[in-house]
Design a protein around this ligand. Structure first.
Ligand SMILES: Nc1ncnc2c1ncn2[C@@H]1O[C@H](COP(=O)(O)OP(=O)(O)OP(=O)(O)O)[C@@H](O)[C@H]1O
Ligand SMILES: [Mg+2]
Length: 199
């Protein structure tokens, strides 16, 4: 099929607007990715960034609608997020990706795409399965433990912890707003976000 696709012949713009980067959250369901993303995002807004969220749940209702949770579909979902993140990074946005992204190799490919245009800051929200199951915001762990959902990350599907993320935060030790502060401080340290103006 791909023999009939001529994407390589299409001109690509080489215009880049600086200042873009991708903040990539990874962690189990219930680790706090969405919660913390929505604390970090408004702070980046306040500091003048154009923020775009690529949240797993949202992406799966639009860009990845119809994909399931096989390894192949999970990888396709993450590759799509990586590709869009890379495009937006090129245009100077602060992209906040928040999907479980369980496979190291697929995260690496997303990193590679983004790093053509800007920084990729991987944040591992390290939260134990026990704690995520205790939170069980969506009631999914209970179903997974009962066997009503198969292939649930951390229960009967793999989660490959990042070996060298830019940041690892144990959410059992930090409240969400503290985690958000740690992340914004890291972005400042990396020179990606201007320091807060304290007039
Ligand atoms: N210290 C903490 N850090 C982050 N979230 C916490 C913490 N303590 C409790 N929570 C709660 O845990 C839940 C985390 O859910 P959230 O939807 O953010 O997870 P997620 O990683 O986006 O999961 P999913 O992959 O299913 O989308 C929220 O209800 C949040 O209020
Ligand atoms: Mg979420």
């Amino acid at each position: 099929m791909s023999d009939h696709i001529y994407a390589h012949e299409h001109p690509e713009s080489d215009q880049v607007r600086g200042g873009g980067f991708t903040l990539w959250f990874t962690g189990l369901s219930g680790a706090g990715k969405t919660t913390i993303a929505h604390l970090v995002g408004p702070e980046l807004d306040r500091r003048g960034h154009i923020v775009e969220y690529l949240d797993g749940d949202t992406v799966r209702t639009h860009l990845s609608k119809g994909l399931g949770f096989s390894k192949e579909d999970r990888d396709t979902n993450i590759e799509r997020i990586g590709w869009v993140a890379s495009r937006l990074t090129r245009h100077g946005a602060a992209v906040i990706a928040a999907a479980i992204s369980p496979y190291a190799e697929t995260r690496r490919r997303a990193r590679e795409l983004v790093e053509e245009w800007g920084a990729f800051v991987e944040v591992h929200l390290a939260t134990s399965v026990e704690e995520c199951a205790r939170r069980d915001v969506k009631g999914l762990y209970e179903k997974a433990f009962r066997g009503e959902i198969k292939g649930f990350t951390g229960v009967d599907d793999p989660y490959e912890e990042p070996a060298a993320p830019e940041l690892r935060i144990d959410t059992e030790e930090h409240e969400p707003d503290e985690s958000a502060r740690i992340i914004v401080a890291k972005l400042e340290e990396l020179g990606l976000v201007p320091a807060q103006v304290t007039a």
